[in-house]
Design a protein around this ligand. Structure first.
Ligand SMILES: [Zn+2]
Ligand SMILES: [Zn+2]
Ligand SMILES: [Zn+2]
Length: 376
């Protein structure tokens, strides 16, 4: 076999080119089979999520289908700068009895209704190897991005977003420093569609003893890739920058792109262009660039359908159990549910719950749409 131009066929209509190491490792099948005629990516195909190791079905032809299903109400989004009934606004009483202080930038407090608690009796249960349970300790915090009730991340000024980045960094350092904390997840659920219970711009931090499922999957994938040398996301970013068509925007130290394997219609991945494992590894310039790209991405989202774009966003950082995890590449995922307008969302049902995830519009066309929106 000529290793520089080898072509493999898996017997399922997929052609794998091994002409380049990167293409072989990431985009197995990136070379269209001639007999597909119109090009493989405009016909139904599946793509491999290299970060999780799971396949995703892409059905580009379905975007033409008529929609007679559920449409969401467009919520009147005009909000006051201060809402006397909002428990996250400065000075107001919270349901648990505590009072939110009169804070002036970001404000962090322990969640009054935490899903995990630091004082949890330790124990394990094993019923014949089939009924398995373990106690789990954790700390849940709420991060108010701004005292202003009406400002989203994209509407805040760069300096204020930079303060949010600094708060996330400080929180990661503090929680990672607790000896029994093995993982810290910093995330935001934005919009009622994603289950956010309060419109005041805020995020959450859940820190707990053991690795949750998603980061554990990504750790396995990054570790397996690193065993051959190199970093999965460093190499992936090299390919994406070379191809260019899924890049949404970039600055000197950060890149935002729609991943090749994106599941959600306008999903994005934000990652540093150099190898860093966690927010504290970034220097001041990189944190500035991160604040700037967050603002640009969330502005594009808000302008895409003319609404405050709902999403779940979160940071995947190096685990915090004390091991080095040098293979881990810091990144954030944005998972927005909206599909074709402010009122039509993507559902994860049927085939997706029971077989595998599926999307209609291609990641390339989603990236093109996001790229075409001004972000200043
Ligand atoms: Zn508020
Ligand atoms: Zn890397
Ligand atoms: Zn991730």
């Amino acid at each position: 076999m000529n290793s520089s131009r080898a072509v493999l066929d898996d017997g399922q209509g997929w052609t794998y080119t091994t002409s380049s190491r990167l293409h072989r490792r990431f985009f197995a099948g990136a070379t269209p089979r001639n007999d597909l005629g119109v090009g493989m990516f405009s016909a139904p195909h599946r793509r491999l999520n290299r970060l999780t190791g799971e396949w995703l079905l892409v059905s580009p032809h379905r975007t033409a289908r008529p929609w007679q299903g559920q449409v969401e109400d467009v919520v009147d989004e005009r909000r006051p700068a201060y809402d006397p009934t909002c428990y996250l606004c400065p000075g107001n009483q919270r349901a648990g009895g505590a009072r939110t202080p009169r804070y002036s930038s970001t404000f962090v407090f322990e969640n009054d209704f935490a899903a995990l608690k630091p004082q949890t009796p330790s124990g394990a249960h094993n019923g014949d190897g089939l009924l398995v349970a373990e106690s789990e300790r954790g700390i849940c915090r709420v991060v108010c991005f701004s005292p202003r009730h009406d400002l989203t991340l994209g509407e805040m000024e760069d300096g204020a977003i930079r303060q949010v980045v600094q708060t996330w960094t400080d929180q990661y350092i503090e929680l990672a420093g607790i000896d029994w904390i093995g993982h810290v997840l910093i995330f935001e659920n934005r919009g009622a569609m994603m289950g956010a219970s309060n419109p005041h711009p805020h995020g959450q931090i859940w820190a707990n003893e053991r690795m949750p499922n998603e980061p554990a999957r990504e750790l396995r994938q990054q570790r397996a890739y690193a065993a051959d040398g190199g970093c999965l996301l460093c190499d992936y970013l090299t390919v994406e920058l070379k191809e260019g068509e899924r890049i949404v925007c970039r600055n000197e130290r950060f890149v935002a792109l729609v991943p090749f394997w994106a599941l959600w219609p306008f999903e994005t991945l934000i990652l540093p262009s150099e190898h860093h494992g966690a927010l504290p590894d970034l220097d001041a310039d990189a944190r500035d660039d991160l604040a700037a790209i967050l603002r640009r991405v969330t502005r594009r989202y808000d302008r895409l359908f003319g609404v405050t774009f709902p999403y779940s966003m979160g940071w995947h950082q190096r685990p915090t159990d004390g091991a080095p995890y040098s293979e881990w590449h810091l990144h954030a995922h944005f998972y927005p549910p909206l599909l074709r307008s402010a009122t039509v969302r993507k559902f994860m049902v049927g085939y997706e719950l029971l077989a595998q995830p599926q999307r209609d519009i291609t990641p390339e066309s989603a990236a093109e749409r996001l790229r075409s929106i001004p972000d200043d």
